[in-house]
Design a protein around this ligand. Structure first.
Ligand code: FMN
Length: 332
């Protein structure tokens, strides 16, 4: 009896601890993320601009983009970019946005699509566009690549392997063999994990109908989902975690493993596109039911995998200059 009571009290203490840490996470996110802080400072403007740019570069990298696609988003991007330029000056963000807008307009005009509102907004931006040099030394918009180029790059060095990876949204349709999935997983499991607990699970789907249904629930594959015939869902087994303070560990270990898997697949010359599983609870239930993944596994993200076509287009997704990532804490 005393034993049961002690166990019960211990559980209550743990539950209190769990609620407190989740409350603390909730407080941090609510206070510092842009969920409620909607007033636009430089970081928030930058994030909105890059998200809109990504929508355009992704659209341009799809197998068959529709001329005039994403019109309202482009108009919003032009407005935000102009506002950003006035508030913060023409920096890397501004330059990437201008280049992306230019590529969008070039694509439309190449397809005989004219839009007077966009032309007028572009004219307003044009004066400053010509003054902006691309200081990042990387292109924005889209990049055209070939399978041969990727296959040559991946074998050269770690640096070339990493630099030649892009999210691919065009696949040849050739089936992905079990061998390559196993070989890539054998490399991915070399990822580090907390106390070597290896929470990783990789769920493989190659039935075309199931893949389509999963993508339909996930919603991030519009414009290329019909080409996806292999999906990997990366998950983390919650059974291997117990301290309350490890609540984020499934996502950390699962994320590190997932990235290793993506790099391994790329090293075998396959194309991959990570796809978020940031689903609402209701959608997550539907997804789990369709994928037959029980709630004892945290869903980390999924990966669309396929063979590369001979030639294909990817979103450039440029990165910022190094000083925007490295925060030095010494005085030298
Ligand atoms: C967790 C995660 C979720 C993502 N979800 C999607 C998605 O749903 N659809 C999509 O087309 N791309 C998705 N992406 C791909 C990103 O758009 C891409 O990684 C980013 O733009 C950088 O481009 P790069 O992968 O070519 O370097 C996702 C990436 C990550 C890491």
């Amino acid at each position: 009896m005393l034993g049961i009571l002690k166990r019960y009290i211990k559980r209550l203490i743990l539950l209190r601890e769990l609620i407190a840490v989740y409350f603390s996470d909730c407080y941090q996110y609510a206070k510092y993320s842009a969920t409620f802080n909607t007033e636009l400072n430089q970081s928030r403007r930058k994030a909105r601009i890059i998200r809109l740019c990504h929508g355009i570069e992704k659209g341009l990298s799809l197998p068959a983009p529709r001329p005039g696609f994403g019109r309202s988003k482009v108009i919003e991007l032009m407005r935000l970019t102009s506002e950003y330029g006035k508030a913060h000056g023409p920096d890397d963000v501004y330059s990437v946005a201008c280049e992306t807008i230019n590529e969008y307009c070039e694509f439309n005009s190449h397809h005989g699509w004219n839009d007077s509102q966009i032309d007028a907004l572009l004219e307003k931006l044009t004066d400053t566009i010509s003054l902006v040099e691309n200081r990042l030394g990387q292109s924005a918009g889209i990049i055209e690549l070939s399978r041969d180029h990727i296959q040559a790059e991946v074998g050269k060095s770690y640096s070339q392997l990493v630099r030649s990876r892009h999210s691919v949204r065009q696949f040849s349709g050739e089936p992905v063999s079990m061998d390559v999935i196993e070989n890539a997983t054998a490399l991915a499991i070399r990822a580090p994990s907390v106390c070597n607990r290896q929470c990783w699970k990789v769920h493989l789907f190659q039935d075309t109908n199931v893949c389509q249904r999963l993508l339909n629930i996930q919603q991030g594959g519009k414009g290329f989902e019909h080409l996806v015939t292999t999906i990997l869902v990366v998950a983390a087994d919650l059974n291997v975690f117990w301290p309350v303070r490890e609540r984020r560990q499934p996502y950390i270990d699962g994320g590190m493993f997932g990235m290793s898997l993506v790099t391994a697949l790329h090293s075998f010359g396959l194309g991959t596109c990570c796809m978020n599983l940031a689903l609402t609870p209701r959608r997550e239930r539907r997804f789990r039911q369709e994928a037959n993944i029980s709630p004892n596994q945290a869903l980390i993200f999924m990966i669309a995998v396929g063979h590369l076509p001979e030639r294909f287009i990817v979103a450039a997704s440029p990165r910022w200059s190094l000083e925007s990532y490295i925060v030095r804490h010494d005085n030298s």
